[in-house]
Design a protein around this ligand. Structure first.
Ligand code: HEC
Ligand code: HEC
Length: 552
């Protein structure tokens, strides 16, 4: 094996460790003007876990940032986007997070290339929100930075400094992929919040949060949290930021040791040394262990995950060529819970990450010189040692979702969530039409949108609704009818499929009106789309069916 540069980095690491001993983490930096108070944190927690913040009522911040998955998105392994070439199944495909179906201001879904009318997938993976409060530059490219914060509606200067989290939080509710629609502004978000009964879609709300919400409206909760009435964009963002400043994971075995609160976890010891040699120059976690925050802890590097042209990373923020292809070196606490890894999710496992480092990275343009030094330095035994070390960076409260990582269950995770079932029929276009029913059927909202795509443009579509599903699938002319066809069965809506790009781009979306009678809560409704298709026997195709359980 070639000799490794042992002594210097090891010394540096040991010095860090020595300096760190006994050190307790400082509180995350706070902008003067947004002090972290208990009621504000509770309000932020309600907002973070409320799917009603999305224009479709189907996505919360917490949908993509799940604690038991290390603060990242457990759905990412199967959430594929086609990459810059727009074509699935090619090498630039990436993993991301499902957000909202593309929609317009009126709530109608729009057909978009790659995703049709289904939830769109973000072009990068969701990094962790845990300990993000220590990172003075947010996002993979660091574009939300430590600077002033201006109200997104009025432009008024609200916070003078330290507002990197506030600047980050201002983005997702407006993103037409994550939570919004093109043209959504913060006034729209505020209007949605004012109309939403807090956490109406959530279940298993932790007791302190339930006691805070206790049937109150959001305006009442804002009043409690800020000491004066008024829901606005700045307050919304500041409450969520205050909550995020409580998401501090400093209880991993390694952190406990470094703070003088626990023994050194022996199984981590060989990996600890190897990490110091190979990884700590970029992942300044070792110095983070003591100091945790500060601009020095943010390190943007190009390690050659993908060709620069696909995502120029930090360059997009600074415009400096040295930053081409650079991304933030992420905090590795709780990393064993996360994955897939890297900004595009290209490494499925930590072993794949380490094999990547052992190759010295994949794409040489503008690559960090440290990567070449790493080539061939990480044989299986060293990889295993480093992975064992990373395992000791896990805070048990994160795994078990214990305070401060306790949380409500989302609608999309609950027993009453929308369920899609049965088999679709294959249409003459060669693939089955698809139903999208992601919106919660909340009576108090008065409607929920369901949509279909994968049909022939210009053909007709019928949405059937019934109060029962067939005990076993009924076959009519080769299509599976999952509605029971009780006398209550109705054709709720008939329309013509719109045209996207391609022969199977026919699509339609419909806002199903719901009665405002709260006594209907708990009632189940079943629905299915039927599409005319001249090429198939019987002239019809059908999607799978969906079940709604009506909510107050
Ligand atoms: C649809 C999924 C999705 C939703 C919803 C979402 N995020 Fe994210 N989040 C992401 C992705 C993807 C990124 C990385 C984007 C990038 O780097 O360009 C990200 C980045 C972040 C980061 C940066 C972390 C770091 O280390 O740089 C924070 C903090 C964060 N999100 C918090 C939130 C909050 C708060 C909300 C709700 C207001 C929210 N997210 C809603 C997917 C989501
Ligand atoms: C030259 C700087 C550098 C070195 C050395 C380095 N890393 Fe990284 N690491 C990064 C950057 C930058 C990223 C994000 C890259 C991206 O997504 O494009 C990253 C990402 C990761 C990730 C993925 C985290 C996530 O949430 O997706 C893991 C795990 C990781 N590194 C572990 C290691 C380990 C273990 C070592 C030592 C063997 C190491 N790194 C060495 C800079 C470095």
């Amino acid at each position: 094996m070639p000799s490794r540069p042992f002594s210097t980095p090891l010394m540096v690491m040991l010095l860090h460790v020595a300096a760190a001993a006994q050190a307790v983490w400082p509180a995350p930096p706070e902008p003067p003007g947004n002090p972290t108070t208990p009621t504000k944190v509770l309000l932020g927690k309600a907002l973070f876990w409320d799917e009603q913040l999305a224009s479709t009522n189907s996505v919360a911040c917490g949908t993509c940032h799940v604690f038991s998955h290390g603060g990242a998105d457990p759905r990412a392994p199967v959430a594929v986007h086609p990459g810059p070439d727009g074509v699935f199944g090619t090498s630039d495909d990436g993993r991301g997070s499902p957000g909202v179906p593309a929609s317009d201001r009126a709530g109608s879904y729009r057909w978009v290339e790659s995703f049709g009318i289904a939830p769109q997938i973000t072009a990068r993976t969701a990094p962790t929100v845990i300990n993000a409060a220590y990172q003075v530059a947010q996002f993979w490219d660091g574009r939300a930075e430590d600077k002033e914060f201006r109200d997104p509606v009025t432009g008024a200067l609200v916070l003078h400094s330290n507002a990197f989290l506030e600047n980050q939080i201002a983005e997702p509710p407006l993103s037409a992929i994550e939570m919004g629609h093109p043209g959504r502004d913060w006034q729209d978000v505020v209007t949605a919040i004012v109309a939403a009964p807090p956490l109406a879609l959530a279940s298993r709300v932790p007791a302190p949060l339930a006691a805070f919400v206790a049937g109150r409206t959001y305006p009442q909760l804002f009043d409690l949290a800020f000491g004066s009435p008024g829901v606005d964009a700045s307050r919304t963002v500041m409450a969520i930021a205050a909550y995020m400043r409580t998401l501090v994971a400093d209880e991993s075995p390694i952190d406990r040791f470094l703070q003088g609160r626990g023994p050194f976890p022996q199984r981590a010891s060989p990996g600890f040394v190897e990490f110091g040699v190979h990884c700590s120059q970029c992942h300044k976690d070792l110095s983070n262990f003591s100091v945790v925050s500060g601009p020095a802890s943010i390190d943007f590097r190009n390690i050659g995950v993908r060709p620069i042209v696909e995502d120029r990373g930090r360059f997009l923020v600074t415009g400096r060529l040295v930053d081409d292809g650079r991304f933030k070196s992420p905090d590795l606490r709780n990393v064993v819970l996360r994955g897939p890894f890297f900004h595009n999710g290209s490494a499925r496992t930590l072993n794949e990450v380490l094999q990547f480092y052992d190759r010295g990275g994949d794409f040489p343009a503008n690559r960090d010189p440290l990567m070449q030094q790493m080539q061939g330095q990480l044989p299986p035994a060293i990889r295993a040692a480093i992975i064992a070390f990373l395992g000791e960076l896990t805070d048990p409260r994160v795994v078990a979702e214990l305070p401060p990582f306790d949380r409500p269950r989302l609608f999309s995770e609950g027993v009453g969530r929308n369920v899609v079932f049965g088999q679709p029929s294959v249409g003459g276009v060669g693939s089955p039409p698809r139903v999208v029913a992601v919106e919660p059927p909340r009576l108090g909202r008065g409607f929920a949108t369901v949509a279909v795509d994968g049909g022939r443009p210009g053909e007709h579509a019928f949405l059937g609704l019934d109060i029962a599903a067939a005990a076993s699938p009924l076959q009519f002319g080769g299509i599976e009818v999952l509605l029971a066809l009780t006398p209550a069965a109705t054709v709720q809506y008939t329309g013509r499929l719109g045209r996207g790009v391609g022969p199977a781009s026919g699509h339609l979306s419909h806002r199903v009106g719901l009665p405002s009678d709260p006594s209907l809560a708990g009632v189940e409704l079943f629905g299915q789309w039927f599409l005319t298709d001249p090429v198939v026997p019987g002239g019809l195709t059908a999607t799978r069916a969906f079940r709604w359980r009506l909510l107050r």
